[in-house]
Ligand binder design. Sequence first.
Ligand SMILES: *Cc1c(COP(=O)(O)O)cnc(C)c1O
Length: 422
Amino acid sequence: MSFFQLREGVTHCEDAPLPEIARAVGTPVFVYSANAMRAQARALRAALSGLNDPLIAFAVKANPNIAVLTVLAKEGLGADVVSGGEYLRARAAGIAPDRILFSGVGKTAAEMRAALAGGLCQFNLESFPEAELLSQIALSMGRTAPVAFRVNPDVDAGSHAKISTGAAHNKFGIPIGEARAACEALRGLGGLELKGLAVHIGSQLTRLAPLETAIARLGEAIALLRADGHEISTADLGGGLGISYDPSLPPPPSSEDYGAMVARLTRGWDVRLLFEPGRLIAGDAGVLLTEVVRIKAGVANPFVIVDAAMNDLVRPSLYDAWHEIAAVAPKGGEMVADVVGPVCESGDVFAVARRLDRVEAGDLMVIRTAGAYAATMAGTYNSRALAPEVLVDGADWAIVRPRRDTQAFLADEIVPPWLERA
Ligand SMILES: *Cc1c(COP(=O)(O)O)cnc(C)c1O
């Protein structure tokens, strides 16, 4: 079920009419449905309910807004963080330390120290030098750091190259064939307790097969470690399950299909399974609400120039991503157009030769499926504002991050005293 639907000709988010939000907050603005996120979280939990106490740790990088994290914390989700900043956000949202996983290839000493002091479920280590540094830090703090090695299972995720992470040439994890040696060497380091292994092969996966391969390889590696005498208590299966962006394509596997596959592959593993979904939880729970600035004639098709741009939503320019675009209050009729933003880059394009609701200057549009890897990847290129974020919950809605415009940024910037202003 979509939480963004037409009611009496006007798109609503849950019970809130989008034009009301646009009038009050201005455009462009990200609008999130709290109940859409809850529904996804509950569906995944139900799909994994046959497992032994699974931990569902939301990948904070997908949508780090504190209000979003608070909704998910209240649903019982943990957090998968990849920086000290994300660790802080997870804690600020009330996520208990023992529900936090810390991933990422470049954790610094300061980040390790902060997470160890605050507590966490486990560090997912991505190299042996990282283990050596964490060992020194843990010993110096008189603590034991719970760790897993993230292994690179060398599978092709079948996703866009920029969001595939589990092939041998990617920077992530240690080669799965080296896991035994790495865990053996770990015995020589103090201050660390080996918990298990982790995989995450990429994002927006639209088939289960690559995940199955990765999970099967993880199971073999765990068996080898146990044969070597290691006690293995966790297996982190990562995130990556895709969502539907283009309704004309076959839908990706459901949470239910995913859960059934995981249950079948991990039967008898005797570990606590950890999951790190991001996009699956938040992606379809948000839209980018934008206004048409003007229509400009083009050679092949007209350009619909909207007030949102690549700085607000970079996925189309960065990943060639397809987002559904529709009028908020369709007036009837269609047009074929390129939908573009105002930024001075030819790549600032949301859609090419797209069949759309007929729109004109001043009309509102939604760019759908903008709840994950959207506001969080925004920048201020061309001195554009950072778009605000709004959370809707039933008939209630609130600004959960206000617009930050050039006035705000100028207040932070400094002209050094030796440069006199004219
Ligand atoms: C990004 C990331 C995730 C989440 O990926 P999704 O495709 O959003 O589910 C999970 N784990 C790690 C280590 C990541 O880097």
